[in-house]
Write a protein that binds this ligand. Structure first.
Ligand code: XLS
Ligand code: MG
Length: 344
């Protein structure tokens, strides 16, 4: 059953180019200026961190946060855009140096829970029920610093608290095996889906798969997507690419391995991704060498690569593929796919 594809990205994907080894290389672009770029490139959805929608959260009451998020919703409406999800940015604030939910300090864990509730408030004000948890610092630099059983339970308890706080929201866990932590809890989609079983509302716990995160776990992104689709738990994706096991590169989709990208497009399309409102999300960073005015191409081309690969996948003769599979003639099948891709 063919998919239905709408595209989204977060405002952090338009950035000034600073990296751990050097400063900004481009001017800052305002949130409103970023929003103006979405529709022009064929994007209809906006991903948010909590503080993308409401900056300086720590200094504001719940009612002030809700009011400010309501203004952002009005701005989205003016641009004809929709909020896809809101994610608590649980990796910047000093309370989260040792993690949020798994922090060894009780006050910091309390901060993380309160911040997660504000994220839900913001999501409701923006008109989305989707909460994304990238568990950035829920892990350890040395194993002895946290008890993995207790840490897992604390993440489950945080999930339960969020699910109790609002009966409509659903949580998508964005698994990643490492970085910034040496080892991160909930490192793959299997772990993410299993976390729902530790709550009393597993139907409201699903996942978001990022290409690079699956690759950092040395797994096949399309097989991870297949696993989540089989469980009906793939509620969003972050498409990008990654050049071997190193830091999370967030490269343009298909930039390293277009065949691997085809496999992702194919599994999404052949299993109706998007037909229940799921978004094709990107999480991509532009090369630091791009000049101002040429610094949106990673978004534009990631979406165009997706559409080109979708056309290739849909042009394939499925009866011919079935015949080659039945004959176990996988070399012929391999050539057939490569030939289709090389013809483009
Ligand atoms: C990491 C996550 C993060 C988003 C969601 O890859 O996608 O970049 O901000 O929290
Ligand atoms: Mg991501």
């Amino acid at each position: 059953m063919q998919g239905t594809f709408r595209f989204s990205f977060g405002p952090w994907n338009i950035h000034e180019g600073a990296d751990p080894f050097g400063p900004e290389v481009r001017r800052s672009i305002s949130f409103n200026e970023k929003l103006a770029a979405y529709k022009k490139m064929g994007f209809d959805g906006v991903q948010f961190h909590d503080d993308d929608a409401v900056p300086n959260l720590n200094d504001k009451s719940a009612s002030e946060i809700i009011k400010e998020a309501g203004q952002v919703k009005k701005t989205l409406d003016e641009h004809g855009l929709v909020a896809e999800f809101v994610a608590p940015r649980m990796w910047f604030d000093p309370h989260t140096i040792d993690g949020g939910y798994t922090n060894n300090c009780a006050d910091c864990r309390k901060y993380a829970i309160e911040r997660s509730k504000r994220t839900i408030d913001i999501a409701k004000a923006l008109g989305t029920r989707n909460i994304v948890l990238w568990l950035a610092r829920e892990g350890t630099y040395i194993r002895e610093s946290k008890d993995p059983v207790l840490a897992t339970q604390r993440i489950a308890d945080a999930l339960q608290t969020m699910l109790d706080y609002d009966q409509d929201i659903r949580v998508m866990i964005e698994a990643k095996p490492n970085e910034p932590m040496d080892h991160t809890y909930i490192p793959t989609i299997g772990h993410a889906i299993a976390m729902g079983l530790l709550t009393n509302a597993p139907a409201r716990v699903g996942c978001l798969i990022e290409t690079a995160h699956a690759l950092l776990a040395n797994l096949s992104p399309s097989d991870e997507m297949g696993f989540a689709l089989a469980h009906k738990k793939l509620w969003s994706v972050h498409l990008n690419d990654q050049n071997s096991l190193k830091f999370d590169q967030d490269l343009t989709f298909g930039a390293v391995d277009p065949r691997r990208a085809l496999n992702q497009v194919r599994v999404l399309d052949q299993h109706g991704f998007g037909n229940d409102g799921e978004w094709v999300g990107l999480d991509v960073k532009v090369m630091r060498t791009q000049k101002e005015g040429a610094d949106l191409k990673h978004l534009d081309y990631s979406r165009k690569v997706f559409l080109r690969l979708l056309a290739i996948s849909r042009s394939l003769d499925e009866a011919k593929i079935a015949k080659l599979v039945a004959a176990s003639d996988y070399e012929e099948l391999n050539w057939y796919i490569l030939d289709a891709m090389l013809k483009g």
